[in-house]
Design a protein around this ligand. Structure first.
Ligand code: UTP
Length: 296
C-alpha cells in the first residue's frame, strides 16, 4: 500500500530564530520568494502524499492562510489583469488536501505526531518537519516510501554529520545491507553526548512511520528536555516484531538539506536557491562574487 498522508508538525516555538519568530512562524520566513513551508508541502505532494495534516499551534494561523484562498487578493489581481500573480496566489491554495489540527501545548515532537493518530488511522504515513528543507535536486522521500513498501515497518532518513555535532540530533546505530544507501537500524538515541554516540548518522526531518507508533507514543514519558520525543517511540519500534508494525530501516541521504529554523543554515538556503533563480540568479551570482572578492 502506498503512503499518501503526510503529517507536518509546525507547532514548535522557533526560539533559535528570535526575535523574528516572536510573531512570525519560522516556517513562514521566505526563502527567496516562498515561505519555507511551501517547499516542504510541495515535496510531500510531489512524493505522492497529497493529504497533508499540519500540527499547528498558537500564532501559526499564517501557515493555514497561506494554503487557503485569499479572495480579496484574487479579485484585485483579476481586475488588474495580472494573470501571472493571480496564478501564484491561487496555486498555493490548490496544493493537495490541506488539514490542520492544534497541538495545544508544545510538549515535544512525539506529542505532535500523536495528535495525528485519528486522521492517519491504520496506515503508514510520512512526517516532514516544517523547518527542514531538502534540496529539490536530491529528493529522498520517494526512496523512503519505496523502502517502506519493500521492508514494511518504519523508515528514517539518516545523514552523516561531523561526529562532534551528533549531540544535536537523534542518532542511529545501524547494520549494513547489500545496498550502500539502505541500513537496518538496531538502536536509536536522542541527542547523545559525542562520546556515547553509536555512529555519526543523524536522523533528519523526513520519516515514514508505521501506525504502531501511536500506541507507543501514548505511553512514552517525557524524555530529553522534558519533551515527548519521537525518537524514544521509534526506538521501541526497532525491537517490535514486524507483524506488529515494528522494524526500522534507514535510508542514507547524501543530498542537500537546510535547517531553516537555524539562522546560518537559513542564510545558506537563501543564497543557494537565489543563485538558481531563473529571473535574477545570474545577476545575483555576479554581485555575490564581487561582494565576496572585495569583502563588502
Ligand atoms: P525543533 O527542535 O526545531 O523545535 O522542532 P522548535 O521549538 O520548533 O525550534 P527551536 O529549537 O525553539 O528554535 C522540530 C520540529 O518539531 C516541531 C517543530 O515545529 C519543528 O518542525 N515541534 C516541536 C512541534 O510541532 N511540536 C513540539 O512540541 C515540538
Amino acid at each position: 500500500m502506498s503512503v499518501n498522508k503526510a503529517v507536518i508538525p509546525v507547532a514548535g516555538l522557533g526560539t533559535r530564530f528570535l526575535p523574528a519568530t516572536k510573531s512570525v512562524p519560522k516556517e513562514m520566513l521566505p526563502v527567496v520568494d516562498r515561505p519555507a513551508i511551501d517547499y516542504v508541502v510541495r515535496e510531500a505532494v510531489e512524493s505522492g502524499c497529497d493529504d497533508i495534516l499540519f500540527i499547528a499551534g498558537r500564532g501559526k494561523e499564517a501557515i493555514e492562510n497561506y494554503f487557503d484562498r485569499n479572495v480579496e487578493l484574487e479579485q484585485v489581481l483579476g481586475a488588474k489583469g495580472d494573470q501571472a500573480r493571480l496564478d501564484l496566489v491561487t496555486e498555493t491554495a490548490n496544493l493537495g488536501h490541506i488539514h490542520s489540527i492544534r497541538q495545544g501545548e508544545a510538549l515535544g515532537l512525539g506529542h505532535a505526531v500523536l495528535m495525528a493518530a485519528e486522521h492517519v488511522g491504520d496506515e503508514a504515513f510520512a512526517v516532514l518537519l516544517g523547518d527542514d528543507l531538502i534540496d529539490t535536486r536530491t529528493p529522498v522521500l520517494p526512496r523512503m516510501i519505496e523502502a517502506q513498501s519493500e521492508f514494511g515497518g518504519s523508515v528514517l532518513c539518516l545523514m552523516e554529520v561531523p561526529p562532534e555535532t551528533i549531540s544535536m540530533y537523534g542518532c542511529a546505530a545501524v547494520s549494513p545491507t547489500d545496498d550502500p544507501d539502505i541500513v537496518r537500524i538496531t538502536d536509536l538515541v536522542e541527542k547523545p553526548p559525542v562520546e556515547e554516540a553509536p555512529s555519526n548518522l543523524a536522523i533528519i526531518g523526513r520519516y515514514v512511520i508505521s501506525p504502531a507508533i501511536f500506541d507507543l507514543l501514548r505511553h512514552t514519558p517525557p524524555g530529553r528536555g522534558g519533551e515527548i520525543q519521537v525518537t524514544d517511540a521509534l526506538q521501541q519500534l526497532v525491537s517490535l516484531p514486524g507483524d506488529d508494525g515494528g522494524g526500522v530501516t534507514g535510508v542514507i541521504f547524501r543530498g542537500g538539506r537546510f535547517d531553516t529554523g537555524d539562522k546560518l543554515s537559513y542564510l545558506k538556503a537563501t543564497v543557494t536557491l537565489a543563485l538558481r533563480d531563473e529571473e535574477f540568479g545570474d545577476e545575483f551570482g555576479d554581485w555575490l562574487r564581487q561582494f565576496v572578492g572585495t569583502g563588502q
